[in-house]
Write a protein that binds this ligand. Structure first.
Ligand code: HEM
Length: 484
C-alpha cells in the first residue's frame, strides 16, 4: 500500500512538473523532466554545449531545464542575452555556484557576489581595463612571443611533426605571471611551470560537465566529506600563489620608503592587492584567491584561442598565406607591433574574430543566477534560477550567421554589426574582466607567430570534436612548422 502511494505521488509529481498549468507564470518551453534528477539524464550523455545546441534547435532562444533540483534557464541568441544581461543586468549579474564550489565562493572574484565581488572587481578592472594601463605590458608580451617562437623552432628541430600545445600554454601562463608577479619562467622545461599548466588544464576540463551531487543536495551530503579532486588542485594552486605573494610582500616591505603617500608605487598587480591588504581593505585570502582566479582565467583561455587559430590556419593554407602577406606589408611599412596599430591589419583581425566565433573557446560561459523574479519575452523566471549563456549556439545559429559552420573571415570585414554579436567574453557588466588584456595579448602573440612560422600538416586536423569542460580543448594533434 505504501509503495503504491509512493508510485502515485511520483506520477502526480511527474505530471505536475511536465505541464505548464500556471498560466500566470508561463514557463519557458522545456523537455520531459524527471523528479529529482530533472534533465541531468540527457546532459550527462554528451558534452553539454552539444545537448544545449540540440535543445536550442527544438525550443528556440529561451528554454528551461532542471539540473537536478536547480531551475535553469538557457538563453541562446544575442537579442535575448542582451535583454537579460544588459537591459536587466541588476537581476542577472550574480554568479550561480554549484554546491561543491561553495568552498571558495565568498573570497574570490569569479564565484563571489554582492559587496565582496564589487570590491574585488573594482580593484581588478582598474588594472585590466584601460588600454593606457595595459599598454605597458606590450614589450613583455612581445618578448614572450619571441621566446615561444624559439621554443617551437627547437621542438621542430627534434621531430618532424609535433604538438605545440604545451609551449603555447607556458607562453600564456608566463604572460599572466608577469602581469601578476613581475616574473616569468624563462626555461620552458621547468617542472613547476609544467605542473601548473597541467593543474589549470584539469580545472577547465572538470568545469562545466554537470556532476549529479552538485545539483542534488542529498547526494552531496553523502559525498561532502571527501575532498574533491577539483578542491585538491585549488588547494595546491593556492599554496603556490601564496608563496609567490609572500615573496612580493617581502619586496614591498623592503621598498617601503619608495611607496608614495597615495600608495601609487607598484611593480605588478599583486603589489596593488598587497597594498590594499596592508590597509585592511582586503583579507589575505581575498588576495590569494583573486590572484589564483586571474592566473587560471587568463592563461588556459588565451592558449586555447591560439591553438584553435593555429589549427584553423594549418587546415587552410590560403588564409594563412593571406595573413602572412598582410603582416609582411605591415612590417615593410615600418609599423610598430603594438595593438593600437591593429587598424593596419584588417584581414588578420577578421581571422581572429572568425576564430572567436567558429571555435568558441568557452561555450557556455560561466553560469549566472537571478536575484529577483523576472519576465523575459513573456516567460516567467523565478528568483534563484541558474541562467546559462549559450555562447556556442549564439555563435553558430543560422539566423545571425550565413553558413555558420564554415570558416569565413571575410564576414567580419567592415561589419561592426556582426562583431557586436560575438559574446566570447560573456555579456553585460559581469563579463570577462581580462578581455581587453586578452585581445591585446592575442593580437601581438599571434602576429609574431604567423610572421615567424609557417604551419602545415599532411592531414586535415580534427576541429569539431574537442575535450569538453568550461573551455573546449582540441585533442592531441601534430603539425609541421617551417621557420619563415
Ligand atoms: C580568450 C581569452 C578569454 C576568454 C574566452 C574568456 C572568457 C571569459 C568568460 C566567458 C567569462 C565569464 C563571463 C560572465 O560570467 O558573463 C570570463 C570571466 C572572467 N575572466 Fe576571462 N576570458 C579570457 C581571458 C581572460 C584573461 C586574459 C583574464 C585575466 C587577465 C581573464 C579574467 C577573467 C576573470 C577574473 C573573470 C571573472 C569575472 C567575474 O566573475 O566578475 N579572462 N572570462
Amino acid at each position: 500500500m505504501f509503495i503504491q502511494l509512493l508510485v502515485l505521488m511520483f506520477l502526480i509529481y511527474f505530471v505536475y512538473i511536465n505541464t505548464n498549468l500556471n498560466f500566470k507564470q508561463k514557463r519557458p518551453p522545456f523537455p520531459i523532466t524527471f523528479p529529482i534528477i530533472g534533465n541531468l539524464y540527457t546532459l550527462l550523455k554528451n558534452q553539454p554545449h552539444y545537448v544545449l545546441f540540440k535543445y536550442y534547435k527544438s525550443y528556440g532562444e529561451i528554454f528551461q531545464l532542471k539540473y537536478g533540483i536547480i531551475n535553469t534557464v538557457v538563453l541562446s541568441e544575442y537579442d535575448i542575452l542582451k535583454e537579460a544581461f544588459i537591459d536587466n543586468s541588476d537581476v542577472f549579474i550574480e554568479r550561480f555556484n554549484k554546491i561543491s564550489k561553495k568552498f571558495k565562493s565568498s573570497e574570490n572574484i569569479v564565484n563571489s557576489n554582492g559587496s565582496i565581488w564589487k570590491k574585488l572587481q573594482l580593484i581588478s578592472i582598474k588594472e585590466l581595463s584601460p588600454n593606457i594601463k595595459i599598454k605597458k605590458y606590450e614589450p613583455m608580451i612581445l618578448d614572450e612571443a619571441n621566446k615561444l617562437i624559439e621554443n617551437l623552432n627547437e621542438q621542430a628541430k627534434t621531430t618532424e611533426s609535433f604538438d605545440p600545445t604545451l609551449n603555447i600554454k607556458i607562453c600564456y601562463l608566463n604572460i599572466i605571471l608577469s602581469f601578476l608577479f613581475n616574473f616569468r619562467y624563462y626555461d620552458y622545461k621547468n617542472e613547476k611551470v609544467i605542473k601548473i599548466v597541467e593543474y589549470i588544464h584539469t580545472i577547465f576540463r572538470m568545469g562545466s560537465h554537470p556532476i549529479p551531487y552538485d545539483y542534488i543536495p542529498i547526494l552531496y551530503s553523502l559525498h561532502k566529506n571527501k575532498q574533491s579532486n577539483h578542491q585538491k588542485i585549488f588547494e595546491e594552486l593556492y599554496q603556490y600563489v601564496g608563496e609567490e605573494v609572500q615573496k612580493r610582500l617581502e619586496i614591498i616591505n623592503k621598498n617601503n620608503n619608495t611607496i608614495n603617500k597615495n600608495n601609487n608605487y607598484h611593480d605588478c598587480f599583486v603589489d596593488i592587492l598587497l597594498l590594499k591588504f596592508k590597509t585592511n581593505e582586503l583579507t589575505w585570502n581575498e588576495v590569494i584567491k583573486t590572484t589564483t582566479d586571474i592566473m587560471i582565467a587568463g592563461s588556459d583561455t588565451n592558449s586555447l584561442y591560439t591553438i584553435h587559430l593555429i589549427i584553423a590556419l594549418t587546415n587552410r593554407e590560403i588564409i594563412q598565406d593571406k595573413v602572412y602577406k598582410e603582416i609582411l606589408n605591415f612590417i615593410e611599412n615600418n609599423n610598430q607591433i603594438t595593438f593600437s596599430n591593429k587598424k593596419y591589419t584588417p584581414y588578420y583581425n577578421s581571422v581572429l574574430k572568425e576564430v572567436e566565433r567558429r571555435y568558441t573557446v568557452s561555450p557556455l560561459s560561466q553560469p549566472h543566477r537571478t536575484n529577483k523574479d523576472i519576465w523575459l519575452k513573456g516567460y516567467f523566471i523565478p528568483s534563484g534560477s541558474q541562467i546559462i549563456q549559450n555562447v556556442y549556439s549564439c555563435h553558430l545559429n543560422e539566423k545571425d550567421w550565413e553558413n555558420p559552420f564554415e570558416f569565413i573571415p571575410e564576414r567580419f570585414l567592415n561589419n561592426s554589426f556582426l562583431e557586436k554579436r560575438l559574446i566570447t567574453f560573456g555579456i553585460g557588466p559581469r563579463n570577462c574582466l581580462g578581455f581587453q588584456f586578452a585581445l591585446m595579448t592575442l593580437w601581438i602573440v599571434n602576429f609574431k607567430l604567423f610572421e615567424s612560422i609557417k604551419f602545415s600538416s599532411n592531414n586535415f586536423i580534427q576541429e569539431e570534436f574537442r575535450e569538453g569542460g568550461t573551455t573546449l580543448s582540441p585533442f592531441q594533434f601534430k603539425l609541421n612548422s617551417i621557420k619563415r
